[in-house]
Design a protein. Structure first.
Length: 343
């Protein structure tokens, strides 16, 4: 084994060597870290995790970096980290092309197979603080329910804030569970991870609503949003990616969304139709003879609103099934594994 080093190549004071002793009595913990072009973040993340677990004897921690088709030196840095003598094990999964964070998370969860213990999902860029992981793991094992980070100190741009408020309103009207303070930093007991692995929407919609959909109980923990390890601060999401993510969030439970949309359409048609009929009848009764015109205007409005709502619903369904078909088509993606199982 090599001595742990920093990204500069010098011996690292923050990556202590592996503690002596066996792993038989330790609880397996798999930390899944999707990454895309994170060559500057891999080793700092490994060092941070190693420091957290240097004195921990309860957990057998494996940090599995999922390289989502990076075109920089991310895979090289993962391979280097695997050779270091650390209190944690390092492994890697490399996808042959970029598929997005949700897809990378899905590959990692399904690659775990029927593992015991706890599966951790967190970002590899350093924004998720690993220092509280021992407590999070203990709470997850004690309660047997998923633990989800509630972000603190999160700074959104004005555009993102407006979009988040709008998405919250739409989610409330459509019955979708949406909490913008929850982040994709989760601890999942093994039974939840196995249920997620069987979910056909895993890899399509964001992970948090999927966990909310399959778990009757959830707990949250406060987690500050830290600066990235590479020093960058701007968002890496494009506007089109954010729109796509928002639509997929609304489609996290399509069979709950579509009936609600149908009810909204029916109520809207009934309300506008009743108003048109009332105005028309009142006009005829009072001799103004505008009743027929009022009814026709009301009917035009009714069918216009009905057509708009139907188009919105159809658009959401198309996005869902198009995404599902694209995901299915990419199911043959080649995956390279730096195996951690026999380490």
């Amino acid at each position: 084994m090599q001595e742990a080093t920093t990204t500069s190549g010098r011996p690292s004071p923050h990556a202590p060597s592996r503690a002596e002793g066996g792993k038989a009595d330790r609880v397996p913990v798999h930390v899944l870290l999707p990454c895309f072009n994170e060559e500057q973040s891999v080793l700092p993340m490994v060092e941070a995790l190693a420091q957290v677990f240097v004195d921990e004897t309860r957990w057998d921690v494996v940090a599995v970096f999922i390289d989502d088709g990076s075109n920089d030196g991310t895979w090289r840095e993962i391979s280097r980290a695997k050779e270091f003598d650390l209190p944690i094990t390092v492994g890697g999964i490399r996808l042959d092309h970029n598929q997005g964070k949700a897809a990378a998370q899905a590959v990692g969860i399904r690659e775990m197979g029927p593992t015991d213990g706890v599966v951790i999902l967190m970002d590899a860029d350093g924004q998720h603080d690993p220092s509280s992981l021992p407590k999070i793991l203990a709470d997850c094992m004690k309660t047997g329910v998923p633990q989800i980070a509630r972000r603190t100190g999160y700074r959104r741009s004005r555009t993102t804030t407006v979009g988040t408020v709008g998405l919250g309103v739409i989610a409330g009207l459509t019955g979708v569970r949406f909490d913008p303070s929850l982040g994709e930093y989760l601890a999942l007991p093994s039974h939840t991870a196995r249920r997620l692995a069987r979910n056909p929407q895993l890899g399509i919609v964001p992970i948090v609503p999927l966990v909310q959909g399959i778990s009757t109980r959830l707990q949250t923990f406060p987690s500050p949003v830290l600066d990235r390890a590479d020093g960058s601060a701007s968002t890496r999401w494009t506007r089109s990616q954010l729109w796509h993510k928002a639509l997929l969030l609304l489609l996290a439970n399509p069979w709950g969304l579509l009936p609600r949309m149908a009810v909204v359409i029916a109520v809207t048609v009934a309300a506008l139709g009743s108003y048109g009929m009332a105005v028309g009848i009142a006009s005829i009764v009072h001799g103004t003879f505008l009743g027929v015109g009022s009814v026709l205007v009301a009917m035009v409005i009714i069918f216009g609103v009905l057509a708009m709502l139907q188009l919105v619903t159809l658009g959401l369904v198309v996005v869902l099934f198009r995404t599902i078909s694209q995901t299915a088509a990419s199911g043959g993606t080649e995956v390279e594994v730096l195996d951690w199982r026999d380490t």
